[in-house]
Design a protein. Sequence first.
Length: 205
Amino acid sequence: MEFSSKLIENAVNEISNLPGIGKKTALRLVLHLLKQSETQSINLSKAISEMRLKVNFCKNCHNISDNDICEICSNPRRDSSLICVVEDIRDVMAIEKTGSFNGVYHVLNGKISPLDGVGPDDLNIDSLVKKVINNQIREVIFALSTTMEGDTTNFYIFRKISQYNILTSTIARGISVGDDLEYTDEVTLGRSITDRIPFENSLKN
């Protein structure tokens, strides 16, 4: 792709690094920005810069937050004894959209995948185990994707916390095997949370 401007070429190259965006789409976005007012482009640049520099990860659950503790964890109306374990922040957003869950979350930031070089120590598992040991946790809900890696991660964590006197459950299999939560419709996901089953039962399938 030939460019008459090095500045445009640099912008296209940076935008095309985003997932799902190729050079042609990046060029279309850059040209669109050029047609907008200077204020709009500056506001976009400022929003991205502030997001990258100022967004925090909740010290309690590892969800994204503008503060040290996210709005979910700091909400007194949420049931802090009920923890839903998810892979990443997109799953938190997906479950929150259903309006079917009133507990709190624990974001692992991935799942165990030896082929991808991701082991238990690369995830936020130790902090979850510490919560179970130190806090008044009533139930841990496993809400990872229904894949081999998700099931492996569920079982690893289950083995870590099974010695403690808490309930462990997993979302109902209304979600197809191999599906990611973020792509599941709200009704199905909401029912899967509400109709969760004891984790031990899922091991028999």
